[in-house]
Ligand binder design. Structure first.
Ligand code: SF4
Length: 197
């Protein structure tokens, strides 16, 4: 006999899904398959992520011309899995390629926050790294790293498309090394400077 007032006919689909889920979960835990699947899925997502780095299609100033050149047939960044996308919600990499004005600081942080984890930031050119020719100007940030954590710095004014492609290659090596660690948990990890190896 059950508890008084209990409705035995109310065995809905949700209860069925929960019951099957619990039984499957227990069975997977008992056979260590769950652990195996989780390691396998982690490796698989790391591999797919680093082989197709979706990059936010954001052009700020003259370095953006080099970014555009890297996507042309002569350099063809796409053959290395660098694919430019127009929505932050589909992007893995924020490529900052020009001076960030103080007025643009909030919008660029909003774009960064709209990107899903794990996400990465590349500062391309002197302007994005330190303000460049506008260093200590009244309205330009002294580097995008004052508002967003940067993973790779690519110096130059402007850096060539080959340097940009090299930057993505170094970022890929970093992803192999650290796995899919979210950006807030990578503060101890030293950023990469292209040309400083
Ligand atoms: S680093 Fe040089 S080329 Fe790049 S945006 Fe600044 S001024 Fe232009």
């Amino acid at each position: 006999m059950g508890e008084e007032g209990q409705n035995y006919t109310a065995f809905n689909s949700r209860s069925l899904v929960e019951m099957v889920g619990n039984v499957t979960d227990e069975a997977l835990k008992a056979t260590k398959i769950k652990q195996f699947l989780s390691v396998l899925a982690g490796r698989f997502f790391n591999w797919t992520g680093r082989k197709s780095l979706f990059t936010l299609h954001l052009g700020i100033k003259c370095c953006a011309i080099e970014m555009a050149a890297s996507a042309t047939p002569r350099f063809d960044a796409e053959r290395f899995g660098v694919i430019f996308r127009s929505s932050p919600r589909q992007s893995d990499v924020l490529l900052v390629n020009g001076p960030v004005t103080k007025k643009f600081a909030d919008p660029i942080v909003r774009l960064w926050e709209q990107m899903p984890e794990p996400k990465y930031c590349i500062a391309m050119g002197e302007c994005a790294i330190s303000g460049g020719p506008y260093f200590q100007s009244y309205n330009i940030l002294e580097g995008v790293d004052t508002v967003i954590p940067v993973d790779v710095y690519i110096p130059g004014c402007p850096p060539r498309p080959e340097a940009l492609i090299d930057g993505f290659g170094k970022l890929r090596e970093k992803i192999i090394r650290i796995g899919g660690v979210p950006s807030q948990e990578r503060s101890d990890d030293k950023p990469i400077i292209i040309g400083d190896e």
